[in-house]
Design a protein around this ligand. Sequence first.
Ligand SMILES: [Zn+2]
Length: 407
Amino acid sequence: MPQIDGDRLLADLKRLREFGRYETGVHRPTYSEVDVASRHWLADKFAEAALDPVIDGIGNVFGRANNASRRLLVGSHSETQPKGGWLDGALGVVYALELARAFAADPALSGLGIETVAWADEEGHYGNMLGSRSFTGRLDEAEIDACRSRDGVALRDALAQAGFAGRPRVAVEPERYLGYLEAHIEQGDTLDSTGRRIGVVEGIVGIWNWRVVLTGQQNHAGTTQMARRKDAGVAMVRLATQIHDRFAQIAGPRTVWTIGRMLVDPNAPSVVPGRAEMQVQARDIDTAVLARYRDVLVELAAACDRAGPCRCTVEELSQTEPRLMDPAFESAIEAAAEHRVPAGHIRMPSGAGHDAQVISHRLRAGMMFIPSLGGISHHWSEDTKEADIVLGAQVFADAAAAILKAG
Ligand SMILES: [Zn+2]
């Protein structure tokens, strides 16, 4: 069995936090000076672990295990959200480093290679999961030409400034790996609120977004009789309530839905709104559940339109498909968790997006969660108990060993 060194693991996590430290968290946007420095630091740590370090043309940092006969690719992203947490992404990268060291130290595991990776820009400062999409052939040069940061900086300029421009982009060789493993903090409170310490990720949810538009008649708020109004704002709020009630009736065990954006036009106190729109989002791991949500939304909107006095339309904005994790990898993580912390684990979907969903298009993929205190993430106060960080690494290492041995 690989043996995790908890003190070494925690020391490296804390060292990585110093690149862009903000309060107890980190501010480390992709390709910023601190991000580039942290990627070079990671490359050096990978080299110390006897891996061949490579920083590629999109900023992904790899630690290649060229002499291994069987390999798992293990990692996560290393940049953070603005004023973000110290573990989001960093945890999975430092776990990968620690696994590589633990495997190298155990003669019983010789020939079994952990290849480490720190993906670039999972957090979307310039694009959408640029690093893992580049690796899997889902990012073309034209998109790199077009990408800009929220501040308007061209991705090409950022890559040049970082010193990554002109380097080749490493592309996946599927036959090189048995698969991909990623550990991450949960970012929700399923584990923390139930006292469980390991989450076995079954899949990453699909996210479907719709726009609902209500069209009425803009008019004077003092002179228009109530009975004659076509108030799009009122129609939207009533419909929103119906949507919430009906969605609750058809939900799967963990479906979540949100009306996160509502607009009223012209949005003035003395004008009856003539137009209103809202964006409706549903997330689930099961496409059939998402399709049910779409059908109910279309049905409610049609009924609203028929009943009047406002017209109502639904438009599909975007759909990402749910991505299931590899069942054998799930079983390996679950067995490792059961061995170290009996009954202290649970199978669960990920409600947040992760690089593993991109990698799963080309490699078998598995994910493991550890608890987030209070379910807080994307905030500098994000944290996890040190004992849970160390336990998680040991479970993750055990699972990786089992997968590599099974071949
Ligand atoms: Zn993350």
